[in-house]
Structure formats: structure tokens, C-alpha cells
Write a protein that binds this ligand. Sequence first.
Ligand SMILES: Nc1ncnc2c1ncn2[C@@H]1O[C@H](COP(=O)(O)OP(=O)(O)OP(=O)(O)O)[C@@H](O)[C@H]1O
Ligand SMILES: [Mg+2]
Length: 216
Amino acid sequence: MLELKKKVNFAFIRNDVRNLVSETQEGVERVKTIIKDLKDYARTNSSASYLPSDIHLGLKSTLNIANNQIKNRATIHLDLGDLPLVECAASQINQVLLNLIVNAAQSIPDEKEGLITIRTSSDDASVYIEVEDNGQGMSADVLQKVFDPFFTTKDPGKGTGLGLSVSQKIIQDHAGSLTVVSTVGVGSIFKISLPITQTKSGPDKTHHPTASSAQK
Ligand SMILES: Nc1ncnc2c1ncn2[C@@H]1O[C@H](COP(=O)(O)OP(=O)(O)OP(=O)(O)O)[C@@H](O)[C@H]1O
Ligand SMILES: [Mg+2]
């Protein structure tokens, strides 16, 4: 009897280990895919050109893309100022806007009428873009981690937790800043500031043969 019990337990453990190994393999595959995506992203980043771009044009196309995620969840209110052309990698800025808008839409509880306000303004040196929602907001604990890679409060498989960390890196690469203020139960405001011109040469210009370092 004892022998049999041992056998049964052994079979159980063996199965368990087998499941564990296959789950671990799946996990490793997922991480591999994520790292590949990150590398691809970094590559497009290093070859991105910083060209004078119309932020409002990018915003409007981004809103069209996000429309599916937003409709039935929130109304968009646009409060757009006068913006000069901004020296940036427009597709990357659009990626940031998309993530902020989708996050905003996802933060709105089902029973609440969502409102996402997007504000733009500028001064001599910078443009400012704010994405404000009346969603669930964030506790101090969550706020501390929002920009950490892989931090997510979404269900497993729903969010990668990379949206904001990638967004922050994009904005920092542009010598700008991405910050947030939030109140639980009231909502959140993500604020982007972007310099109008890039003082450092963009990555594509750094290796240009006419750059002073190349002439020495
Ligand atoms: N507007 C917001 N309101 C409330 N919480 C937010 C908001 N934006 C982000 N968060 C919190 O920050 C976390 C991280 O956001 P991030 O965009 O980096 O990842 P994610 O949205 O969870 O996943 P993914 O972007 O891959 O879909 C979210 O899971 C959520 O908890
Ligand atoms: Mg996100």
C-alpha cells in the first residue's frame, strides 16, 4: 500500500514537473519575443530622423487609430493651442500619444462616462501635450512604478507593462520629459514637454561625414 502511494505521488510529481517545465519554456519564449520586439524598437530608434513635424497632424491620425479602443468608453475633448513644427521622430511621438490615450481609455470604470482631454500649448523653447482622463487614478504606490518596465496592473496577457517605459524613453531621447499627476477616483494627467529644436544632433546626424568630429 505504501509502495502504491509512493508510486501515485511520484506520478503526480512527475506530471507537475513536466507542466512546470513546459510553462517555463512558454515563459522563456514570451520573454524572447519581448526582447526581440525591444531590439527591433531600439533599432528603429537609432535610425530615426528628427524632422520638423506637425504634432496636431500626428495626434489626429493617432486618434483615428485609437478610435476603436475609445468609442463607447470616452469622449475626446481637444483643447489645441498654436504649435510650431517640432523637430522629432513623428512616428515615435505618435506611439507615445497612442499609449497615453489607450491607457486613459482603459482607466475609465465601466459605469463612468469617460472624458479624455488633450491639451497642447507652447512657449519659445518647448511644446506641451497633456492627456487627462477622469478614470480610476493611481495610488502613490502605483504612481511610483508606472514607468518601470513590465509594471502593469492589467490582467495577465492584457498589458505588457512596457507602454509607459518605452514612452518615457522616447521622450527622453528627444531631450523632453514625461510626467504624471494622479488622484485616486478622480483621474490622471500625463504631461509631455518636448523641445522645439534638438540641440544635440539626432542619431542620424551624429555620424554624418560633415560633423566636426569626422573632419579631425
Ligand atoms: N491613465 C491611467 N490611469 C490609471 N492608471 C494608469 C494610467 N496609465 C497607466 N496606468 C497604470 O500604469 C500601468 C503601466 O502602464 P503601461 O502603459 O506601461 O502598461 P500597460 O498599459 O499595463 O500595458 P500595455 O501598455 O502593454 O498595454 C498600467 O497597468 C496602469 O496600472
Ligand atoms: Mg499602456
